[in-house]
Design a protein around this ligand. Structure first.
Ligand code: ADP
Length: 551
């Protein structure tokens, strides 16, 4: 919270608003021949340049104007990472409207809720998602047209008010000029993935997106340059693919958009064929890729750096990519409400002489804030806790790319005392490295003390026979709650509960060691590739309770 004071002597520099259209114009002018490669639904590759992309975004903006889309109107997208989605990013926001990216993996009821809550006037969708659109269309009566992102709409049945992307573009030329308006105008809307409750809308502004983009290309952040070939594996429907459709374009990197096929084999093929140097995604994606390259005995020839975030990156995954494959793994923390990047883990000068193992452990933290993000940890009463790497408290953040209120809610309503409560629990070291110990809702409360589930999962994942692990709190008659490990074994590996529990000896306090291990074939995954611990908790809630005698 601050008071705005008007200066008696304003500076005399140009007031040019920070607008998203300027990013694509810059790329078109300075990197006009740089390529954008997209893998389409049918597996074929589409190639064009920033110059082509800009020209088509202008035509699309002309088409939106012809549809009477006005400043502030919401335009929904149900789409994978591909060139038409990128054109929508720039044409919708560039013309002053708001792109509302929607996660197609949500339940149809949730989709209809989100589309209505956002007040979308138009919905653009991939042909492969037509059955989904058909199911939700009757519940989305406000939507004026459903526009299939393809060259024609032949064969699509049962969708009312159907229109076709390429037909709309064909009616336009490239004479559209990008309007200039206030940088505080809304540019994009994204709903939280709802891992811990109902999805809520986060409304970004041109200013917040531009500042986030500037900050994220810096060397201690994503370190992006015109020499990079960037493949956002994180979806463009999930917090703007962590800002890469802006930041990669801003620096003039080659862009590779992988479409819907995100299995290890499909990704590996694109990495090699297109010369990808940088990528970003959630841990589950990289587990799949690592498995693939290990089993097939493959090597990466250009892949140098990857940002992993969205949920805690298991150290075993980091070590595998780094030590076996020479890929620099950059751990990052963010949220839909934080645009999303809040911390990135890179070393400082005084760490360079540390022994390799200490560096390795440091790099497992969620990282430190860039200029632009402030953070603090507080106890249950809101009192600030020390930065000693030990005290764990509720993580609060603030900054120009942090949400102030959810969509449709009054200003400041998402904040507590001017800070945004992340719902995560963390420690912060003396030199500012933040380490998430848990989500508030995932913490395990045993005998009045907190046990962090992430540490226990990381230890389990370091066992050679473990593919994936989730540690949850289950009710316990004596201790209130105790940790239970739910584990997927690696294919062909044998492992007994006692052997896995023995692996915890000496690594954590005895009372932190889980009470039991359950082996399963797979863990329930949410729409953004995160393990749904609430579902696992529900399933195993009676696991440690005495059986109720049958009458
Ligand atoms: P949702 O809260 O619905 O899952 P988000 O995708 O915005 O939606 O997720 C943000 C949350 O993801 C954070 O609050 C945090 O709990 C978790 N998260 C993100 N990055 C990391 C990370 N590197 N380590 C641990 N948790 C993370």
């Amino acid at each position: 919270m601050y008071q705005h004071v008007h200066s008696p002597l304003p500076g005399q520099m140009m007031r040019r608003p920070l607008l998203i259209s300027a990013i694509l114009r810059h790329a078109e002018r300075h990197f006009g021949t740089r390529e954008i490669v997209s893998r389409c639904d049918d597996g074929s590759l589409h190639r064009y340049t920033y110059r082509d992309c800009h020209a088509r975004a202008q035509r699309l903006a002309g088409a939106l104007a012809a549809l009477d889309v006005r400043m502030g109107d919401r335009v929904g997208t149900l789409a994978w990472n591909g060139y038409r989605h990128l054109e929508l990013y720039y044409a919708v926001s560039g013309s002053g409207a708001v792109i509302h990216t929607i996660n197609p993996r949500l339940h149809p009821e949730q989709l209809a809720f989100i589309i209505n809550d956002a007040g979308d006037d138009y919905l653009f969708f991939e042909r492969s998602l037509a059955p989904l659109v058909q199911a939700i269309a009757p519940h989305c009566t406000r939507v004026k047209a459903f526009i299939v992102m393809d060259k024609d709409a032949i064969g699509i049945k049962g969708i009312p008010r159907l229109a076709c992307y390429e037909e709309l573009l064909a009616e336009q030329d490239c004479s559209y000029t990008w309007p200039v308006f206030d940088e505080d105008a809304a540019c994009g809307l994204c709903y939280t993935s709802g891992t811990t409750g109902n999805p809520k809308g986060v409304l970004y502004s041109h200013r917040s997106t531009m500042l986030h983009s500037y900050a994220s290309v810096a060397p201690d952040m994503l370190n992006l340059s015109a020499r990079d070939c960037v493949m956002p594996v994180v979806p463009m429907f999930h917090v703007n693919a962590w800002g890469l459709p802006y930041s990669a374009v801003l620096v003039g990197a080659k862009l590779v958009l992988p479409g819907p096929a995100l299995d290890g084999a499909s990704l590996y093929q694109l990495f090699e064929q297109e010369g990808v140097t940088f990528s970003a995604g959630v841990p589950t994606i990289w587990l799949g890729l690592l498995n693939h390259v290990r089993t097939e005995g493959l090597r990466f020839s250009t892949f140098a750096r990857t940002v992993i975030g969205g949920s805690a990156c298991p150290p075993a995954l980091m070590d595998g990519l780094r030590e076996e494959y020479g890929v620099q793994v950059i751990h990052a923390f963010g949220m839909t409400e934080l645009s999303p990047i809040a911390t990135v883990c890179t070393l400082q000068a005084h760490h360079l002489d540390l022994p390799a193992d200490e560096q390795r452990q440091l790099l497992q933290a969620q990282g430190r804030v860039p200029f632009g993000v402030d953070m603090k940890i507080v106890d249950d009463d809101g009192a600030e806790l020390p930065w000693d790497g030990k005290a764990a408290g509720h993580l609060m953040v603030r900054g120009p790319w942090v949400a102030d209120a959810y969509f449709g809610q009054p200003p400041g309503s998402a904040l507590e005392g001017g800070w945004f409560p992340t719902g995560d629990v963390s420690t912060i070291s003396a030199d500012g490295y933040m380490r998430i110990t848990d989500r508030s809702k995932d913490l395990i409360k045993s005998g009045g003390e907190w046990i962090g589930s992430i540490d226990l999962e990381n230890i389990a994942m370091a066992h050679p026979a473990v593919q994936q692990a989730a540690c949850i709190a289950v009710p316990h008659p004596k201790w209130e709650e105790r940790p239970l490990l739910v584990v997927v074994r690696k294919a062909g590996c044998e492992l007994e509960p006692y052997a896995l529990l023995a692996h915890f000896n000496g690594k954590v306090a005895r009372w932190w060691i889980p009470d039991d291990v359950v082996f399963v074939d797979s863990l329930p995954m949410g729409p953004t590739g995160k393990i749904q611990k609430n579902r696992i908790r529900e399933q195993y809630r009676n696991h440690l309770m005495p059986a109720v005698p049958q009458l």
